[in-house]
Design a protein around this ligand. Structure first.
Ligand code: TYD
Length: 131
């Protein structure tokens, strides 16, 4: 799996005087059926999250509020994305190491996932990913 498959997706958004509405349909606006949603918030300043890869899981990361940085690494190349829009999501394919950091105090990160939670889908050693 190559980092070149990981990309920003713009979600359809209706901006009106009465507010903004964005929507996401599984297998339409994102390249998988959505089986799980989770969200991360209240990350202390200077803390990071992630530091692992997934064997099969596909995900979309969205900064629903606030902002954070995420560094992706496929074992050969790495790339940093700054997520700060509720109208955009970062698609992450399987076998990509990720680290999330620089969370703003108001940040909530919403994650859409292609599978339910499976502990054995995690790769916790970067050297195992390289192999
Ligand atoms: P983890 O995936 O390590 O979070 P992050 O990648 O943001 O650092 O998950 C943290 C804890 O939450 C871990 O003990 C497993 C648990 N968890 C679930 O039970 N279900 C889930 O869907 C997720 C994402 C995590």
């Amino acid at each position: 799996m190559s980092i070149s498959l990981c990309k920003i997706i713009n979600f359809p958004t209706f901006k009106e005087n009465r507010g903004s509405l964005s929507f996401i349909e599984g297998s339409n606006h994102v390249p998988f059926d959505i089986k799980r949603i989770y969200y991360i918030s209240e990350v202390p300043k200077f803390s990071d999250r992630g530091n692992h890869a997934h064997k099969k899981l596909k995900q979309i990361f969205i900064a629903i509020s606030g902002a954070f940085d995420i560094k992706l690494d496929d074992g050969n190349f790495s790339k940093v994305f700054h997520l700060n829009s509720k109208n955009k999501g970062l698609y992450i394919c399987p076998m990509i190491w990720r680290r999330m950091y620089n969370f703003s105090s108001d940040c909530t990160c919403l994650v859409l996932a292609s599978e339910k939670y499976h502990e054995d889908d995690y790769i916790w050693n970067y050297s195992d990913l390289k192999k």
